[in-house]
Design a protein around this ligand. Structure first.
Ligand code: BV8
Length: 257
């Protein structure tokens, strides 16, 4: 592990003030579960152009191609299991006395399958559908391709789209996320390249509002300069270690109410 800046001693010293935690995750936290990231050599964007599969214009132009892209990811996501990083974050949420919010850019459901509850999918979910005829959203399993694409509520055919935030679309629950960032004592970013906004700007907002900022990633992200501490290594190894440290130091100096 390569640890820049804060030593364990400082963490313990500072800990009494670290009540409110916001954690942001990206594709890197699900990589060890067997889900591809976007920008790695074998990443999703190697085979698919964002313009063809991840914009409203792409869906209007060729819904069949977009459904194929998300049907394949929905099938794959159902085949894999949460890894130690997902489980460690669920444990931190369950045992942390202060405020805790997990914001994920991921559309897989590995966080909630590991037990996370205080969770926001800011870019949507694979196992959710959105009917453009009646505007409703609902759980969706399996293929969304034209043949079986019937809204379970209004019964209109062919108007259900993936409930995913595409480029140019507003991410979900931005107000709740902004409020948590402004109230955070600690902001931790895990497994994300920091390439896409507004998520890539969260570290600056948190930092500006006085939070300590930590990055856990396989390599420094594009926003690494904004982090007080970088823990470089696989999330499945580094996140459980970091969570153990946080919970141990919480025990050694319980939070004043
Ligand atoms: C919007 C869902 C209006 C789909 C996604 C400001 C400046 C410039 C551009 C913009 C700007 N503001 C907005 C834009 C435009 C655009 C944008 O940011 N473009 C980029 C390309 C420059 N943003 C938008 O369009 C956004 N919408 O702006 O609306 C608005 C918004 C707010 C307020 C007012 C108006 C919407 C963007 C959302 C698009 N949808 N995903 C899907 O999943 O198919 S984005 C997608 O890419 C992800 O969700 C994520 O957000 C993003 C980056 O992916 P990562 O998760 O970080 O994955 P990546 O592969 O890149 O990196 C993986 C990392 O993990 C690497 O660093 C690697 O080292 C590490 N890693 C790998 N293995 C491991 C590991 N780490 C630890 N352990 C391991 N084992």
């Amino acid at each position: 592990m390569f640890n820049v800046g804060i030593t364990d001693k400082c963490v313990n010293e500072l800990h009494p003030m670290l009540r409110n935690i916001v954690v942001l995750t990206g594709a890197g936290v699900s990589a060890e579960s067997g889900l591809r990231t976007f920008r790695a050599d074998d990443g999703l964007w190697e085979e698919h152009r964002i313009e063809d599969v991840c914009t409203p214009a792409a869906f209007a132009r060729d819904p069949r191609l977009v459904h194929q892209f998300y049907d394949a990811r929905r099938t794959r996501a159902a085949e894999v299991e949460p890894n130690p990083a997902h489980h460690a974050l669920a444990r931190l949420e369950a045992e942390w006395e202060g405020d805790f919010l997990l914001v994920t850019q991921n559309v897989d459901s590995l966080h909630e399958r590991a037990g996370s509850k205080r969770l926001i999918h800011m870019h949507g979910k694979l196992d959710s559908g959105w009917c453009l005829a009646c505007g409703e959203r609902f759980p969706w399993l399996g293929s969304m391709s034209p043949s079986g694409n019937i809204c379970p509520l209004c019964k209109v055919e062919g108007q259900v789209r993936p409930d995913i935030v595409w480029f140019g679309e507003m991410p979900y629950e931005m107000d709740r996320i902004e409020a948590a960032l402004m109230n955070a004592d600690l902001f931790v970013s895990i497994g994300t390249s920091g390439a896409v906004y507004p998520a890539a700007g969260f570290v600056q907002t948190a930092r500006y509002c006085g939070a300590r900022t930590v990055e856990i990633n396989l390599e420094p992200s594009l926003g690494s300069v904004f982090f007080d501490e970088a823990r470089i290594g696989p999330a499945g190894v580094e996140v459980p270690k970091w969570v153990d440290e946080m919970l141990q130091s919480a025990q050694s100096s319980p939070m004043s109410s």
